[in-house]
Design a protein around this ligand. Structure first.
Ligand SMILES: Cc1cc2nc3c(=O)[nH]c(=O)nc-3n(C[C@H](O)[C@H](O)[C@H](O)COP(=O)(O)O)c2cc1C
Length: 251
């Protein structure tokens, strides 16, 4: 098969039986230059796109409001359950090392993420499926409310309030404290402290097991001065801090 390339140097048009035909004459010599230039442009565009994607490999996204769009959680793998149960324990010696983005995502999902997309149901059970519990992540960069629907952390303050997250020394230096909050406005049949405690307990155990599997330390805590922390987290009237949980790498 023979192909001839032409430059757009001239064209003529004429009518023949109601049909308009454009005849384009292109010079073969110039066409060679255009092909080479086009190839270079395509190679450059592909290279730039590849470099950009390498610089930001699946990294979590931070919006102007400070919301962190978490990476998709890894919902398979990990340590066998019986091994994780064997390793579950409370730790109180934390280093300042931060959790990487994937670990933070996995942890939040394990705690109270959506594990059935069709119904929006969670990794932890709640009475009457009310999901009447909120989870806050308190880190050096600020405090964030977990939004399970789009697996993100919505910033409530950009202040480092870790020292308010508990009365023990390690709380202020460990990279992450989860604050488990009951939302009584969502309870059917009024405030039920037993249910609130149960919700917090299930979430806490999910976190303990994930931490055992991921080589992280954790401790669930009731020893929290709730009032100043609730104020910083901007909790409304119907919300109460039930438990906190410190997470991080151990010495
Ligand atoms: C409701 C509850 C409240 C707790 N509060 C604290 C606390 O404020 N500070 C702390 O260091 N540990 C706290 N713990 C952790 C317990 O001390 C710990 O689970 C217990 O000593 C058993 O150790 P283990 O978790 O390693 O099995 C709490 C545990 C529970 C269940």
């Amino acid at each position: 098969m023979n192909f001839t390339f032409y430059t757009l140097s001239e064209f003529t048009s004429f009518s023949d039986m109601n049909t308009l035909i454009l005849t384009i004459n292109l010079k073969p010599a110039n066409m060679k230059k255009y092909i080479i230039l086009t190839c270079i442009a395509v190679i450059l565009a592909v290279s730039v796109a590849a470099i950009c994607s390498k610089e930001n490999p699946g990294s979590e996204e931070k919006t102007n409001s400070g919301t962190i769009k978490l990476l998709p959680p890894e919902t398979t793998g990990g340590m066998p359950l019986m091994e994780a149960l064997s390793k579950r324990q409370s730790s109180r010696n934390f280093t300042a090392k931060k959790l990487d983005e994937q670990t933070l995502s996995n942890l939040m999902w394990a705690a109270f993420g959506i594990n059935r997309k069709d119904s929006g149901k969670r990794t932890a059970p709640t009475a009457n499926d009310t999901r009447a519990v909120e989870l806050y992540a308190v880190m050096e960069s600020g405090a964030y409310k977990y939004n399970a629907d789009d697996h993100s952390l919505e910033q409530v303050t950009n202040k480092d309030i870790r020292t308010l997250a508990g009365k023990q020394d390690f709380v202020g230096t460990a990279p992450l404290n989860l604050i488990i909050v009951a939302d009584y406005s969502k309870f059917k049949g009024g405030k039920n402290e037993i249910y609130a405690g149960a919700h917090a307990g299930f979430i806490g155990e999910n976190v303990y097991l994930y931490c055992a599997s991921a080589g992280l330390g954790a401790v669930i805590r009731a020893y929290v001065d709730k009032e100043p922390l609730a104020k910083e987290l901007n909790l409304g009237e119907n919300k109460e801090i039930i438990l906190a949980q410190t997470i991080g790498y151990t010495n």
